[in-house]
Design a protein around this ligand. Structure first.
Ligand code: NAP
Length: 491
């Protein structure tokens, strides 16, 4: 690998969801040559794939927007999934990036070549293209986890995962079974309880519910936002949002501190004061600490779950029968439609695409123990490959758009090394990454996520797979890479 590049860099962006759209906009601003590869026929990522009733982003809408593209049109403090999809479609057109997106183009392979300092990208169609830099924006929660329940394949009604919503399945006036009580399951309970004949919510573990305000914006308020974007900033940077993000990350990293105590008190009071029936209250009382699993922000779940149409089943499912669900105690619930709100394989990231870095190192081998990336972005042995929302990034109840924008600041500065012709590739050194992981794992074990519950935040060894420090520490880390942690190749 010698010499500088004679021409500009060629970028591949994998995925046209929130993060891939961000990368495309930023690359276009810099006048870079890039292609976005999207396996589906539409942009939107998680907001394209999830269409379940009640789909809402529990991050305030004005905070779940690109900082450079505020959106006065949000209908309410929290936006629905459909609105968010419309927002991204508008952004893609406004910034003129749609022509740079290849739809129906699933990336199946990426192979690094040291001699040419390039990535060879292969699509499912067999087409091959060569790039200098790869931005992996393929998302986190996109491989549905379908539970291994005996008899599921013999169920004769409609049965589907929440990310594969079946619009033809009976809901109105039907007997619906809903397995799973994460953010998704809870949102579905709030949306369909008034439509069904009966909703059996199969709840293996109850959840702590953080009460949050909900209100719609009037047309007058939207007109005011259009006229004065400072009003939007006032929401986005309000103590209500950004202050909460700081308090939340302080809480999860200082689990016996005052912020965590406050969260626990809010959630406990919410349960005590909102749920009337003592039997139901005990069913809904978690036996682990608040925020250990992703905290659920909801303004209406406890109302919904107390409706006469809803029954919370806490017993163990023995098997799925053709027309119902049989519990271990012999009870059978008749079910027309079975909804699996059972979450995602959170350790996949760009996989199943095969990624091979230097010296034949595969991503599967590098991630054999756990998915990891340096500051959630770069991987030793995989030069010029940058992840947005990669493993070990911040997770919790805040905007992943903000996270991705900060990550882009970091990535852009590493790409600048290439733009300046200082070398043909940058890669984090194995030693720097190992030191980061050692620090991160030690800290992660002491966060609330490691306080003794199961969740998708935990890796196969039970270690929280997340950023274990404060939001301010993340902000500082993203502001400028530690260039001494990187090797510049091909100088
Ligand atoms: P999840 O949080 O992983 O929850 C999965 C649920 O399914 C859990 O209640 C789990 O029980 C249950 N489950 C899994 N397998 C089961 C089985 N075999 N039998 C019975 N129950 C089973 O998944 P999710 O609700 O789809 O949410 C995933 C993530 O997506 C969230 O944490 C969040 O990050 C994101 N999300 C965000 C929003 C938003 O508003 N921003 C909305 C939806 C989702 P256990 O707890 O006992 O394992």
């Amino acid at each position: 690998m010698t010499g500088n590049r004679a021409t500009g860099l060629r970028f591949a962006v994998v995925g046209a969801g929130m993060a891939g759209i961000l990368a495309a906009i930023k690359l276009r601003e810099r006048g870079e040559v890039f292609t976005v590869f999207e396996k589906a026929e539409r942009i939107g990522g998680t907001w394209r794939e999830n269409r379940y009733p009640g789909l809402t982003c529990d991050v305030p809408a004005h905070a779940y927007t690109y900082s450079f593209e505020p959106y006065p049109e949000w209908q309410a403090y929290y936006a629905t999934g459909a609105e968010i999809q419309v927002y991204f479609e508008k952004v893609v057109d406004k910034y003129g990036i749609r022509p740079s997106i290849r739809f129906g183009a699933e990336v199946t392979g990426l192979v690094w070549d040291d001699a040419s300092a390039t990535w060879t990208l292969t699509l499912a169609s067999g087409e091959v293209q060569v790039f200098d830099v790869v931005i992996v924006a393929s998302g986190v929660l996109h491989h549905p986890r379908v539970p291994d329940l005996p008899g599921l394949d013999r169920f004769e009604g409609a049965a589907f995962h929440t990310a594969r919503w079946d619009d033809s399945a009976p809901i109105d006036g039907a007997k619906v079974g809903l397995i799973g009580c994460g953010s998704t399951g809870v949102q579905i309970v709030t949306a369909i309880n008034a439509r069904v004949d009966r909703l059996v919510h199969f709840q293996r573990s109850p959840q702590w519910i953080m009460p949050v305000p909900y209100f719609t914006y009037s047309e007058e308020e939207r007109a005011a936002f259009r006229a004065d974007p400072a009003l939007i900033d006032a929401i986005r940077f309000s103590d209500e949002y950004i202050g909460n993000v700081r308090r939340f990350t302080d809480a999860i990293t200082d689990i016996d501190g005052p912020q965590m105590k406050a969260i626990e008190e809010y959630c406990l009071l919410n349960l005590e004061n909102s749920v009337k029936d003592p039997v139901l209250k005990e069913k809904l009382r978690p036996n682990y600490r608040a925020a250990c699993k992703r905290l659920i922000y909801s303004w209406s779940y406890y109302d919904a779950v107390q409706q006469p149409s809803v029954f919370v089943e806490t017993g163990r499912i023995a098997e799925i029968e053709p027309h119902g669900v049989r519990m271990a105690d012999g009870t059978v619930h008749a079910i027309d439609t079975l909804v699996l709100a059972t979450g995602f394989h959170a350790d996949r990231f760009i996989r199943p695409a095969g990624v091979t870095g230097q010296n034949g190192l595969t991503l599967d081998a590098f991630w054999a123990r756990r998915p990891t990336a340096h500051y959630a972005i770069t991987l030793p042995g995989f030069p010029n490959l940058f992840m947005l929302n990669g493993p070990t990034g911040p997770v919790g109840n805040f905007s992943l758009i903000d996270i991705a924008e900060r990550q882009w600041t970091y990535i852009d500065q590493l790409v600048d090394v290439l733009r300046r012709g200082e070398g043909r590739a940058v890669a984090v050194t194995p030693a720097a990454h190992a030191a980061y992981e050692e620090r991160r794992i030690a800290a992660a074990k002491t966060t609330i996520f490691g306080s003794g519950c199961s969740s998708w935040y935990l890796d196969a060894e039970g270690v929280p797979a997340s950023w274990p420090w404060s939001y301010d520490a993340f902000d500082a880390a993203m502001a400028k890479p530690k260039f001494e942690e990187y090797a510049v190749l091909g100088t």
